[in-house]
Design a binder for this molecule. Structure first.
Ligand code: PLP
Length: 234
């Protein structure tokens, strides 16, 4: 992919976010664009960085660490993929936000390592709103209790919720998923639990981020729309 393409793609995504904000009466600065750079070479991340991206999303611990070493230190790294407990120790002091916490056991492991390194880790609770069998994330009915349990851990701050919506042809089909996640977050906010913020709603990917923004996303995670299609090694 040529230099100009990432720049042009970023412009399209940023304009689309701004438009969706305007249409729905929101201020554009409320939405953080996370450039999902998984599988992409560091050179492409550097280009995106040069055009102003400071939030990058990765879904594998080793890849995140490799890129962390090679990229500037003012980047906010987002762990957006399923996280195994035995790998938590490598990233707790390097990530800005972990989007994919879906069990108390994982939260406890993050807390344990955060205490060791004397850091406080910001996390989101991943919700499987669409109830897809193939997806990680906790069921809607269990979110409140999980949040209450995590709230008791000393070195974790719950900042909000995340969901991965199904792959659909028409993004509108995901609108009820996004509005449901927002509704759950509003319900939790009303409980005023100590240590719990519900300021972040991480939802929307290349195919549906405009709809997610219209439904209140504060973070969108866009990969293909910025870097082009991913090629996975066989
Ligand atoms: C890969 C990935 C994305 C980005 O997907 P695109 O469709 O390429 O924008 C967003 N969120 C998560 C959790 C992902 O794994």
């Amino acid at each position: 992919m040529k230099d100009a393409t990432i720049r042009e793609n970023l412009k399209v995504v940023e304009d689309t976010i701004a438009f969706a904000c305007k249409e729905s009466g929101r201020g554009g600065q409320e939405v953080t664009l996370i450039a999902v750079s998984k599988t992409k070479p560091v050179e492409m991340l550097q280009e995106a960085y040069a055009y102003g991206c400071r939030d990058f999303g990765e879904n594998k611990v080793q890849e995140l660490l490799d890129k962390y070493e090679q990229m500037p230190k003012d980047i906010r790294w987002h762990m957006i993929g399923h996280l195994q407990r035995n790998k938590v120790k490598y990233i707790v002091d390097k990530v800005y936000l972990i989007h994919s916490v879906d069990s108390l056991r994982l939260a406890e492991e993050i807390n344990k390592e955060a205490v060791k390194k004397d850091v406080c880790v910001n996390i989101l609770v991943e919700v499987n709103v669409a109830n897809e069998e193939t997806k990680f994330g906790i069921a809607c009915e269990e979110v409140k209790q999980l949040v209450r349990d995590i709230a008791k851990l000393s070195n974790i701050r719950v900042k909000g919720l995340m969901t991965i919506a199904p792959f659909v042809e028409n993004a509108e089909e995901n609108r009820p998923i996004f509005s449901k996640l927002r509704k759950i977050s509003v319900d939790i906010m009303k409980e005023n639990i100590d240590n719990i913020d519900m300021e972040i709603l991480s939802m929307g990917m290349t195919g549906d981020y405009a709809v997610a923004v219209a439904e209140g996303a504060t973070c969108v995670r866009v990969g293909t729309g910025i870097f082009g299609l991913r090629q996975y090694m066989p």
